[in-house]
Ligand binder design. Sequence first.
Ligand code: NDP
Ligand code: 8X3
Length: 255
Amino acid sequence: MKNTIKKVLITGATSGFGQAAAEIFAENGHDLIITGRREKRLLDLQKRLEVEFKISVLPLVFDVRDEKEVKKVIKNLPKKWQKIDILVNNAGLASGLDPIQTGDLEDWNKMIDTNVKGLLYVSRAVMPLMIERGKGHIINIGSTAGKEVYPNGNVYCASKHAVDAITKGMRIDLLPHGIKVTQIAPGAADTEFSTVRFHGDKKKAKDVYKGYQPMRAEDVAQLIYYSTTLPAHLCINDMVVTSLDQANSYVFHKV
Ligand code: NDP
Ligand code: 8X3
């Protein structure tokens, strides 16, 4: 049976999970709205995916923290792009890894504004479009950090615990509207995540993945995609996934 072509909006598609998810949805013939702040990366990705997979890609450059901009961009979507079937709330970051008593307020604001408020702003703008059509699927990228707190993870972990709670709330409130809500909560994966966390320190970032096998962005993308391929009456509510070398957010088997 031919796969129905869906419209998939992925936030944070310039790198890591978001970019890998864009690739796998494109490979499977779906049209994409890809977003992020780095325009050149979005345009390069658009070009590559359109040429390689003959799909349509709409790149949108905006910061998820900018409430007004998020609202405007979604409101001004061309009619055909308003029919968003799948929203992948992926844009997010960690900033710093410090004891809470010496934490940097700028780091805290960045994480809360992006991981919590940004996810809410995008969802708030997209949900009415799904409700209008009586269908849709929202996939929130949480983390094992949203399941257990680890040393110095404090505010990042809090932001991902918030994603966990928001996902549960969304599932309850959207239940009468036929909208699926899934959380995918990955453990450590080797993306640009740690470089961003350590403010560009690549050596420190590399050390995070030493002595064990972390996940790859492609692994997480595969699970994001998988969660969208189930029959209409099924919904994966929550998926916690780690590499075989990780038991929870803070227990690793390292050699
Ligand atoms: P990357 O740093 O590789 O990618 C993060 C993406 O988020 C980028 O595309 C970035 O785009 C986007 N982004 C960040 N801030 C903003 C913003 N203010 N506005 C718009 N876009 C933004 O990291 P990952 O792919 O690893 O992370 C993706 C998600 O997965 C995050 O929510 C992260 O917390 C979560 N996660 C990561 C894990 C890991 O170990 N890697 C494990 C569990 C969860 P741009 O900079 O162009 O705006
Ligand atoms: C990102 C993975 O291990 O830094 O959520 O919490 S970790």
